[in-house]
Design a protein around this ligand. Structure first.
Ligand code: NAD
Length: 258
């Protein structure tokens, strides 16, 4: 197993939104392996339950909760479940996201709403529910609140075909800074990681298309990013060591946006 510079998260209680696949499932395994108790949240209950079971079987502590990030009642319920199992969540990974490709003149209103509601509203709801509970439990004194938002390099690029998605991702980075400022004296740090292109379910159809081969050939290093490239930074941002880092937006993309 990789030693992530000895960063441990023992004693932390982490909630991961969008834990059913891709990056979120990987982050869940990572945080659990670092000693955090993990609360795996997503709409696909069977997936998060299977992941929680496999983590628990390996000696970690995990619980699965069905949660749609666009529904504030479900978000609050997920935090309730977390508290009843482990205690107050102090580490929040706002990772749930969705994309709908297509020219802006053609994409449906329903798809635009789904992207904005999931990525932007969902991040807002997951973060503020966590913040309310942290503040009520004296995070001001403990200074242990950590939030990591998952943005995207599309926040700083201009493409055709993902206007709503890209707009939500720059929105997420700014939301992160706004919240960082709002909660700066409440012991809660909020940072955003902007990953480059990684092959996961969100882009699987595109990745298997001819178009993707051309696009990848134009990337500076002519390759997709490996999902585990985010791991060290994620662990650091979740740990006590990153006490002084809040309001940051960090691009991790193997140079893809250069
Ligand atoms: P993915 O599709 O495997 O994962 C997205 C996760 O979000 C899934 O678990 C999905 O079920 C969940 N989700 C979607 N809508 C939800 C909702 N309403 N409520 C709860 N959960 C919901 O893809 P991924 O690449 O792992 O995406 C994770 C995050 O990383 C997303 O925010 C995505 O925008 C971002 N990202 C991905 C890439 C990439 O190239 N893969 C690049 C930059 C950023």
């Amino acid at each position: 197993m990789t030693d992530h510079h000895g960063i441990r998260l023992d004693g932390r209680i982490a909630l991961i939104a969008g834990a059913s696949s891709g990056l979120g499932a990987g982050f869940s395994r990572l945080l659990a392996a670092a000693g955090a108790k993990v609360v795996l949240c997503a709409r696909r209950r069977d997936r998060v339950e299977a992941l929680a079971q496999s983590l628990n079987a390996s000696g970690a502590q995990a619980v699965a909760v069905e949660m749609d990030v666009t529904d504030s009642m479900q978000v609050a319920k997920a935090y309730d479940v977390a508290e009843s199992h482990f205690g107050v969540v102090d580490t929040i990974i706002a990772n749930a996201g969705t994309a709908r490709g297509g020219r802006s003149t053609e994409v449906t209103e329903q798809d635009i709403r789904q992207v904005i509601d999931t990525n932007l509203l969902g991040t807002f709801l997951v973060a503020r529910e966590g913040a309310k509970r942290l503040i009520a439990n004296d995070s001001k004194t403990s200074e242990r609140g950590r939030m990591v938002f998952i943005g995207s390099i599309t926040a700083q690029q201009n493409h055709t075909g993902d206007a709503a998605y890209a707009a939500t991702k720059i929105g997420i980075a700014h939301l992160g800074r706004q919240f960082a400022k709002e909660w700066v004296r409440q012991g809660i740090n909020v940072n955003t990681i902007q990953p480059g292109w990684i092959h996961t379910e969100i882009n699987d159809a595109w990745f298997n298309s001819e178009e993707s081969k051309t696009a990848i050939a134009y990337l500076p290093r002519r390759r997709m990013l490996e999902a585990n490239s985010l791991n060290d930074m994620l662990l650091y941002m979740c740990s006590d060591r990153s006490k002084a880092i809040t309001g940051a937006t960090l691009t991790i993309d193997d140079g893809q946006s250069l």
